[in-house]
Design a protein around this ligand. Sequence first.
Ligand code: G6P
Ligand code: ZN
Length: 558
Amino acid sequence: MPGIVTVNTSPYEGQKPGTSGLRKKVKVFLQENYTENFVQSILDANKGAVALSTLVVGGDGRYLVKEVVDKIIKICAGNGVSRLLVGQNGILSTPAVSCIIRKYKTLGGIVLTASHNPGGIDNDFGIKFNCANGGPAPDATTNQIHALTTQISQYKTVPDLVCPIDKCGVQKFDVEGQTFTVEVIDPVDDYLALMREIFDLPAIGRLLRGEGGRKFNVLIDGMNGVTGPYIQRIFVQELGAPPTSVRRVTPLEDFGGAHPDPNLTYAVELVEEVRGGDYDFGAAFDGDGDRNMIIGRNAFFVTPSDSLAVLAAGAAAVPYFRSRGVAGLARSMPTAAAADRVAKELGLPVFEVPTGWKYFGNLMDAGRLSICGEESFGTGSDHVREKDGIWAALFWLQVLAASGLSVEDTLKEHWRKFGRNYFTRYDYEECASAPCAEMMLSLERTITAPGFAGSVLTGQGKAYTVAAADDFSYMDPVDHSVAMKQGLRIIFTDGSRIVMRLSGTGSSGATVRLYIDSYEPTDVLGDAQDMLRPLVDIALQLSDLPRYTGRAAPTVIT
Ligand code: G6P
Ligand code: ZN
C-alpha cells in the first residue's frame, strides 16, 4: 500500500503565473522540487476543496508533459484528491480540458502547456490551473498561487504509486485507507461529442467530401502539436475528408522543431502548400490547440479580428447558436473593432476586455457573452471557457457550407456590408527587458501629458488628431474586479488606434507588440501594410522603439 511522504522544500523566486499560467524554460522546471512546489501551491490555493475532489490533467504533448503528469498524479494522491481524469499519454488539448472540466463538473484542471512556444529540452514548458468553470484561473487565484510559492516549505506526495497512462481505463489505489482513482481517458471522445452537439457535422462532411457538386478541398495543419489526434478523428474519420487533407498530425515533444504558432510566419509551410495547391481552405492550430489561423484559396489570409466578425455575423449557420441565440460579443482591447460593427448591426452588446482569455469567463458565466476573439489568433464561444482552434475551423466550414461562398468572397462581402478594419501587429521578440520597460514608461508619460489629446501627429504625410490616450484599465462588469495597466493606447478622431503593450506570455526577455487598427467604410480592398504605414510610422517615432530595442524591423508581422 503506497504511503504519503511529506518532503521538505524551499521557495523558488519567480513562480508567478503570466497571462496564461507559469511558463519557463524546461530547464527551470527541471530544478529540484521546482515543479512540485508549484503543483503543491495550486492545490493549497484550493485548500478545503481539494480533498475528495476530481481534477483533469493533460497537456500538449511537449517535452516533460509525461514526467510532470506522473508528478501531479503522485502529489494529488498525497493531498487527498479523490479522482483524476488524465488524457491518454498525457494528451489533452486546452479546449478539451475545458470541455471535460465542465462536462464532469470537476474542481478544475491542470494543463501542461506553453501554448504556441517551441518545445523540447532547450525550449519552453508551462503549467496552468483552470477552475471549475473550465477557464483559466482569475488573477485573484493566480496571485494566491504565487504567494503560496513564496512561502512553501513542504509538499506531499506518494512516491511509490505507479500509474501508467498509456492505456485508457480506470486504476484504483489505496492510499492510506482512502481510494484514489485515476481514469485515463481518450483525449478526443468528449470533445468530439461536444462538437457534434454544436455543429451540423453531416453538412460539413458533405462539403468536405465534395457531395452536392461543389468541390471543396481543405488542408488542416496540426503543426505537430496536440491537435493531431483531434484532426484525424474529426476531419478524416468523422467528416470523411481525404487523408491528404491533414498534415503534421502526430504530436511531437519538440513539435518537429516547428514553432507551433499559427501565423503567417510560423505556419509558412501551410501557407505555401495552400498557395501552390488546389485548396479552398487552410487552417492551422497552435501547440495546445486553442489558437487558429484561417486562410482561403491562394492563401488568402483572414485576420483573427476579421475572423471573429465574420463568424459572429454568420452564427445563424450553427445549430448551437440557432437554438440558444447570441447574448453578446467581445474582443480584447488590441483586437481590431470589426466585431463591434457586427454587434451594432445585430443589436448586441460588445465588451472590450484586456488581453487574456480569462477576462471573457465571467461574462460567459453571467450569460452575457456568446462569441469572442482576440487578435492573437484566438476565437471561441461559451461552449467552453478557452479559445478553441478546431471549433473555429468547424465554425468557418459551417458558414461556408451554408453560404456557398469562398473564404475571400466571404470577407469581401463582409467588408462591403460593414466596412473594413485594417489591422496589423508588429512583434519585436526577445528584446532586452530593461530598455523596453523604460520605453513603455516614457511613452506612457508622453501620451498622458496634458495637451497630448487634441494634438496632431503626422506619418508619411498623413495627419491624425489624437482623441484620447491612456493605459487601458478594465473593470469586470460582473465581479467589479479591476485590471490596470493593460496596454498603452492612442485613439484618433477617425477611430484609428495605436496600441502598444509588452507580451505576458514570453519566457525570456521582453516582447513588444505594436497593434494598429484603422477603419475604412468604403476603401476596403487595399493592402493592410500600405494602408497602415502612416500609423506605424507615427507609433515608431512616438515610442522611439528602434532606439530602445535596437531593432530596425519586427520579428513577426501579422
Ligand atoms: C495567450 C492567451 C491569450 C492572449 C495571448 C496574449 O494565448 O491565452 O488570451 O491573447 O496569450 O499573449 P501576449 O504574449 O500578447 O501576452
Ligand atoms: Zn495556445
